[in-house]
Design a protein around this ligand. Structure first.
Ligand code: ZN
Ligand code: ZN
Length: 376
């Protein structure tokens, strides 16, 4: 099986690279991936699989049917680009002003297309189904949640879900994950302070105390960055309204809950006797992505079997960034892995570019993992 997967991947590699370059040219923002979805849909329609009707506007979902009924594995790639002006002097550079694939989603989508091409050629060798899922709006919008709620994975419900994210700073060409939290929970808070009457102090001073106390008490494994503060209009009158906003992150959903309760207690304490009213919006856009033991084990086995001994790198600690693939992992067992990009430019950098030499690594891993899961 290993040789078959490797040689089929080699066969579809040139087309996979062409898909990557085409996608790179036409980056679109979260929820607006119309050209991207149309292009991917056309590419899939040329393969022997069942392309489904979109659940939202710009998702592309298809099922590859194996030789007989059996379990389902769902492979997901994110397809959205970013509001960044590209600086790469490559022939396939972005043709959309101020839009760029700077988070490797062009690479993820191409690798998923490559894996789909390989699996279509192997469909007599596995039972069950493989769902190929191109997901819109990973960045900021976290549309995985909407897509799942719209029924994208209802029939058949997945027995396993898997996704890869190219990751600069992780050893080149390695597949890396861990049991437990892989990606942190992330979101923001929005605090409004209002004083109906003069209370002997001022809201800006009060907000200063909130900021200082929050910094002191914030959970050690959490991140907190104040992003906006707004109050007052002129030098000689005391402001009666204040907004304070911040970006927050945690390594577990439970810590997020605790931090929220702590913030509420702090606000009650500080505002208590002053008569200042506070309202707090505390939104975790991304839950933590938590991988079960079985997911991490299967990923390690597939990496070592299909890519060679030493291809798997245990992830030592959770990554402080977020991925809405967490919503899939809340519903089904599965795995989320980093694909090491070595010393490449960082993600979201105007000079970032996915490395085409990693396309084969990613698609072999996804196809191999699927074959092994369905044939267990
Ligand atoms: Zn990103
Ligand atoms: Zn990303």
């Amino acid at each position: 099986m290993k040789q078959k997967v490797l040689s089929l991947a080699e066969e579809v590699l040139a087309e996979t690279a062409a898909v990557r370059h085409e996608l790179h040219k036409i980056p679109e923002l979260a929820g607006q991936e119309f050209r991207t979805a149309e292009y991917l849909r056309k590419k899939l329609e040329a393969l022997p699989l069942e392309v489904q009707r979109p659940c939202l506007n710009t998702d592309v979902v298809a099922l590859i049917h194996g030789k007989r009924p059996g379990p389902n594995i769902t492979l997901r790639a994110d397809i959205d680009g970013l509001p960044i002006q590209e600086k790469n002097p490559v022939p396939y550079r972005s043709i959309q002003e101020g839009r760029m694939h700077a988070c490797a989603h062009d690479g993820h989508s191409a690798m998923l297309f490559g894996a789909a091409s390989v699996l279509c050629r192997l469909r007599d060798s596995f039972p069950g189904t493989v769902r190929i899922l191109f997901q819109p709006g990973e960045e900021m919008a976290a549309m995985a949640k909407d897509l799942i709620e719209a029924g994208a994975i209802d029939d058949p419900f997945p027995d396993f879900v898997a996704a890869l994210h190219a990751w600069p700073g992780v050893k080149y060409g390695k597949i890396s994950t861990r049991e437990g939290t892989v990606m942190g929970a992330g979101g923001y808070f929005r605090l409004t302070l209002q004083s109906p009457r003069y209370f002997g102090g001022d809201l800006i001073g009060l907000a200063g105390r909130v900021i200082a106390e929050l910094r002191k008490r914030w959970p050690e494994d959490g991140t907190l960055k104040f992003s906006r503060v707004q109050s007052g209009a002129r030098a000689f009158s005391v402001s009666r309204k204040l907004f304070l906003e911040g970006i927050i992150g945690f390594f577990s959903d439970a810590t997020a809950e605790k931090a929220k309760a702590g913030l509420e207690a702090l606000l009650s304490g500080i505002c208590g006797k002053t008569g200042v009213r506070w309202t707090l919006e505390f939104t975790m856009t991304y839950p933590a992505a938590v991988v079960p033991e079985e997911g991490a084990r299967l990923a390690k086995q597939a990496a070592e079997k299909y890519l060679g001994k030493g291809s798997f790198l245990p992830m030592r600690k959770p990554c402080p960034r977020n991925d809405d693939f967490a919503f899939f992992l809340r519903r089904s067992k599965g795995v989320y892995c980093h694909l090491g990009m070595g010393d490449s430019r960082p993600l979201h950098d105007p000079l970032f570019d996915f490395d085409d030499r990693l396309l084969k690594t990613g698609m072999v891993f996804l196809a191999g993992l699927s074959m092994d899961f369905l044939n267990r």
